[in-house]
Design a protein around this ligand. Structure first.
Ligand code: SAJ
Length: 406
């Protein structure tokens, strides 16, 4: 039996996938409301194919509880926040999950950490806890790191089709855990050591962050000379060895905007390109604000309350607004304007900011300048509703005459 600990964006789909592929699974989470919802058959976030996967897992006997189980295999998928000042990972939830597991696990159990952690976390924080409890790593308990790689918006597909990495102290244990993941994962699974697995995960997200920063920096250069950055990127990407990513209003989510900071925090003075890239990405909401001011002046919009931000989530077609560029803009650069700026996102049902709308038409009636912060399918399908408005499209998703870009 597998006990999946932490039933959030990664733990839940993983638990459902395992259960749907013949494994006996119990999902544990300390959040009683979440466990009650799942036991009542209610899924807690939106993802293509998740409802069907949930139904399948229920038919296959998955159970949810707030307790840890006595078993021989654990997957820990709890959040890893980071300390904004030190830029270091805060492994408190992983540490507390490990402390709880070692109280109940069977002798020789495998403890798989899926949560994203900074390189060295297992050596620095996890091994000492196990040693202090008087347990012998490799005999009483086996450590494994199997970082997740699935992208929000396409999680169910990517769980099945993405290659994976398993880092283990012991090759035999690595192969055993590989077999478990191979019950649903059809792609290649590489077995390596724990330090390497920790590093690869953070490096993958850092690669993407640096590449987005490059596109964002190009945007600033092109704006300076009034050149079309999108046309330039499109032409450059026709070169067989060039593949520039897309500029945008900033980088959000709990992965690309966070993980690279672990390297900056742990390797000060060495991670220089990464440090500058993260600062470039973080500067984009302010760049958007300055574009808003310039366009307001050019179009003679004098009332900031006639400006509306379309999109609150960190990217298109997901319901997650953690670290989103819109929130960064409202909470940092435009804090003084936040009570006036209007905001709407079709995926965010609860009120998370002031002046939030819950219907596209109502939102559009009340604004003259629409700033597209997120390229949800909704706005692409309804771009005709933007006729007559001044539009700043920070994602270049709406091709309309007279539209402004970054
Ligand atoms: N973004 C751009 N320009 C781009 C691509 C993305 O501005 O060309 C922005 C997005 O709008 C968003 C942010 O970057 O604000 C991050 O979005 P994303 O789609 O690049 O990535 P995430 O954070 O949703 O998921 C990433 C993925 N990592 C990689 O692609 C290397 C995913 O595979 C990981 O599993 C996930 O992080 C994670 O959990 O670590």
């Amino acid at each position: 039996m597998v006990n999946v600990i932490g039933l959030g964006y990664i733990g839940l789909p993983t638990a459902l996938m395992l259960a749907s592929h013949g494994n006996l699974v119990i999902g544990s989470d300390f959040n009683e409301d979440l466990v009650a919802s799942l036991n009542a058959g209610l899924i807690t976030f939106q993802e293509d194919g998740l409802v069907e996967l949930f139904q399948n897992a229920l038919l296959n006997g998955i159970k949810f509880t707030t307790d840890y189980q006595t078993t021989d295999t654990y997957i820990i998928s709890v959040p890893t926040p980071y300390d904004k000042f030190s830029k270091k990972v805060d492994a408190c939830h992983v540490i507390s999950a490990v402390r709880n597991v070692i109280k109940v696990c069977k002798k020789g159990a495998s403890l798989v950490i899926e949560s994203t952690i900074s390189p060295g976390t297992i050596d620095k924080y996890i091994r000492p806890i196990i040693n202090e409890a008087g347990l012998k790593i490799g005999e009483d308990i086996n450590l494994v790191h199997a970082p997740e790689r699935i992208i929000p918006g396409n999680m169910v597909y990517e769980l099945k089709h993405n290659n994976r990495t398993i880092g283990a102290d012991d090759r035999i244990i690595g192969e055993k855990i590989k077999k478990l993941y191979a019950s649903f994962c059809q792609a290649e699974i590489v077995v390596t050591d724990i330090r390497t697995a920790e590093m690869t995960k953070v490096v993958e997200n850092t690669f993407r962050a640096v590449n987005i920063a490059f596109a964002n920096e190009l945007t600033k250069i092109c704006r300076h000379d009034e050149l079309d950055v999108y046309e330039i990127i499109k032409i450059c990407n026709m070169h067989p060895r060039v593949n520039i990513l897309q500029p945008g209003p900033g980088v959000g989510g709990h992965c690309i905007s966070v993980d690279p900071w672990f390297l900056v925090g742990d390797y000060p003075g060495l991670a220089k390109v990464i440090d500058e890239s993260m600062k470039t990405n973080d500067s984009m909401p302010e760049f958007v604000l300055n574009r808003i001011y310039d366009i307001m002046q050019e179009c003679k919009v004098t009332d900031i309350s006639r400006v509306g931000l379309y999109g609150l989530t960190y990217k298109e077609n997901v319901d997650d607004c953690r670290e989103s560029p819109t929130l960064q803009l409202l909470e940092n650069q435009a804090r003084h304007l936040a009570p006036s700026l209007k905001v709407y996102d079709p995926f965010i049902i609860n009120d998370v900011v002031s002046n939030q709308y819950h219907n596209l038409d109502d939102f559009l009636i009340d604004v003259d300048l629409v700033v597209i912060m997120v390229g949800h399918n909704e706005i692409i399908k309804n771009k005709h509703k933007l006729y007559g408005k001044i539009v700043l499209d920070t994602r270049r998703v709406c091709d309309l005459p007279g539209i402004y870009h970054l």
